[in-house]
Ligand binder design. Structure first.
Ligand code: VG1
Ligand code: CO
Length: 633
């Protein structure tokens, strides 16, 4: 046992790993001893209603009306045509379709969307093909898994690979699609949005290189939801997802797979696990990971503890729960408060990290130190070649979403790398990666990743940071002062300057006021002229960001109104595309500071004049009636 474990008992506010949950019912077990059952026939398939299957009487979202007709019986599977009608509002946002659980539970709501997706894909992309199905363990995933499996079978899919208990993180789904050469995959998650009967559910579709479906597909799906008239359902029993193994029904196969192994294998090929282990097992280094009762609970123990030698106590909230233990699985300073308190306490750990609902976001903290995500991606890019074997030959290109700070731009410039600025949402990075133009990218919203898969990847970001810290300390003897997270960040600022950055979120505003703000700013931007004075700032340009994809030439517009000043400072406004109720206004504020003597300032203090300017220019209080933001990052 690693010596660190003796010193790693975290007290006080830090909740210990695998503690009894605030909501102990239906915990979804972490991967452990699973028995395999192969080639069970329909007859010996366990039809009993165990905790992960759904009784037919609870399959309420499928309207099996008396007018259903049998449309085919290929080799023993009966496929039924279930009549349905279009449902309004099934347009996907920044990342998949997200609504309240109650909306998804309405008759045929989920089924209509899934069938519309099959109606949107060329048949050769799924007929007799392989699809992947995973999710973050949230409420309604069990029912949804069974519905998706039946509609996939009904549409002629050959095989579906499902994570045990329906669990698979977004990055792991992307990894499995790529490794198993699947045609695509579904992710049952509303990501960082809260879960439970009163909260959110969501569905995302990733395509054949594991990337989030581009707008060309999601627009087609939306179009088809407006004209749908039938759902093709296979009449097969509910699948027991609690055990790995293969089940066949005629030409259709369901394989329940371990959600961790393919992903772990990929991580071992990207990083030097021995190097990371040498850090995590040091007695003078303490690590803390908060899985927020979300999907990385299933990954944290096998990866950080079993493989890399971290202590079990270093994992908190490590069991995925249907309602995330009443939490909001968003790893930021507001919603990951327990971890933040631990990291800022006297004698806190040296390194802290958290991940979101579906495991694609990350927050990185040092001892009493928060790494802003815009800095995080820049620092990973600057250190990748020396600390991470996957980047041995150097990264190919770098990219960030438009509102993310320009810290990464400076690294690209110094390293002589191609650089891209794309709209908010990971789907815009995929084409660049597929075309071999991009290696490392990130968003200010706690998303960081590389072309090892085509999704942002929370655990990857944590391993990247651990690699950097481990590399910097590899020759340090016990007792010698270690290079800390804050040392790495401060050295980076010394070299590149500091891009102060903050984001203000005004959640659940009335849609009307929120829309008006954006209309007002769009108008203001279109009328503004270079050289105009905004307080002490001089305008360089203002616009509503639009983007032409350099690979396929597709154009997206209205991606955020930005005011860029002559000193490089920016204020940016956009509406969230991931909410399920009302509207969230996001205000992004950035200012570059080359002077190292000012780098230690608190971001809120350094940015105060610019924040005040942003609020005044947008008349935010007047339009929303809000005095204060709900979340400050
Ligand atoms: C937010 C973030 C965006 C991120 C998206 C999905 O979108 O700003 O950067 O890609 O969430 O992340 P919006 O439209 O609400 O600003 V996740 O982890 O929720 O899939
Ligand atoms: Co997410």
């Amino acid at each position: 046992m690693a010596s660190c474990c003796n010193s790693l008992r975290l007290e006080g506010l830090f909740s210990s790993a695998f503690r009894s949950s605030k909501r102990p019912s239906n915990p979804i077990p972490t991967p452990s001893s699973s028995s395999s059952f192969s080639h069970l026939s329909t007859h010996d398939f366990p039809l009993k209603n165990n905790s992960f299957s759904v009784s037919h009487s609870r399959s309420f979202t499928i309207k099996a009306s008396s007018s259903s007709t049998t449309i085919a019986e290929p080799e023993g599977i009966k496929i039924t045509s279930v009549p349905t009608k279009p449902i309004e509002g099934q347009k996907t946002g920044t990342s998949g379709l997200r609504k309240k659980v109650k909306v998804f539970m309405q008759e045929n709501y989920l089924s209509n969307w899934i069938q519309s997706l099959f109606n949107s894909l060329p048949p050769e992309d799924y007929k007799n093909g392989v699809l992947v199905l995973g999710g973050d363990g949230r409420y309604f995933n069990r029912e949804a898994s069974q519905i998706i499996i039946k509609i996939a079978a009904g549409n002629g899919v050959g095989k579906i690979l499902v994570g045990r208990d329906g669990i698979m993180s977004t990055p792991a789904v992307s990894a499995v699609i790529r490794k198993r050469k699947a045609n695509g995959g579904f992710i049952m998650s509303a990501s960082h949005n809260p879960g439970g009967p009163e909260y959110d559910w969501g569905i995302k579709f990733n395509y054949n290189s594991g990337q989030p479906a581009p707008e060309s597909i999601t627009d087609k799906i939306y179009g088809n939801t407006l004209s749908i008239s039938e759902i093709k359902m296979a009449e097969i029993p509910d699948i027991d997802l609690s055990r790995t193994g293969v089940t066949k029904y005629g030409n259709f196969t369901v394989e329940v797979i371990d959600p961790v192994s393919d992903y772990l294998e990929l991580m071992e090929s990207v990083f030097d696990f021995q190097l990371i282990k040498s850090l995590l097992t040091r007695s003078d280094f303490r690590f803390a990971f908060d899985a927020m009762h979300a999907v990385t609970g299933a990954y944290a123990k096998p990866i950080f503890v079993d493989k890399l030698g971290a202590c079990l106590d270093s994992i908190s909230n490590g069991v995925p729960l249907e309602d995330f233990g009443h939490g909001h699985p968003d790893p930021n300073l507001t919603y990951a408060k327990d971890l933040v308190n631990t990291m800022y306490s006297e004698n806190g750990p040296d390194f802290g990290a958290a991940s979101d609902g579906d495991g694609d976001r990350n927050m990185i903290l040092g001892k009493k130190f928060f790494v802003t995500p815009s800095d995080s991606v820049a620092i990973i890019a600057a250190n990748a070649q020396e600390a991470i074997p996957y980047f041995q030959g150097g990264p190919k290109g770098l990219a960030r979403s438009m509102p993310t700070s320009g810290a990464l731009d400076r690294v690209a410039e110094k390293l002589g790398l191609t650089f891209f600025e794309v709209p908010t949402g990971w789907k815009f990075f995929g084409n660049l990666m597929d075309a071999g133009k991009l290696s490392i990218c990130g968003e200010e919203s706690f998303g960081t990743g590389s072309d090892h898969i085509l999704e942002k990847d929370g655990i990857w970001a944590v391993l990247a940071w651990l690699s950097i810290i481990a590399y910097r300390n590899k020759d340090k003897k016990p007792g010698e002062k270690l290079v800390s997270v804050s040392d790495v960040v401060k050295q980076h600022w010394e070299t590149y300057g500091r891009n102060f950055f903050s984001r203000y979120d005004y959640e659940e505003c009335a849609s009307e006021g929120a829309n008006k703000i954006i209309e007002y700013l769009r108008d203001l931007a279109s009328k503004s002229k270079a050289g105009e004075k905004y307080g002490n700032y001089v305008l360089q340009f203002a616009d509503d960001f639009s983007y032409t994809d350099p690979v396929d030439g597709s154009v997206v517009s209205k991606q955020g109104v930005r005011f860029v000043f002559t000193d490089g400072s920016r204020i940016i406004f956009r509406l969230s595309g991931t909410g399920s109720a009302g509207a969230t206004v996001r205000v992004y504020i950035e200012q570059f500071e080359p002077d190292a003597s000012k780098h230690d300032m608190d971001a809120q203090v350094a940015l105060k004049p610019l924040i005040d300017l942003a609020l005044a220019v947008s008349k935010l209080k007047d339009f929303t009636g809000r005095e204060k933001p709900t979340v400050i990052t």
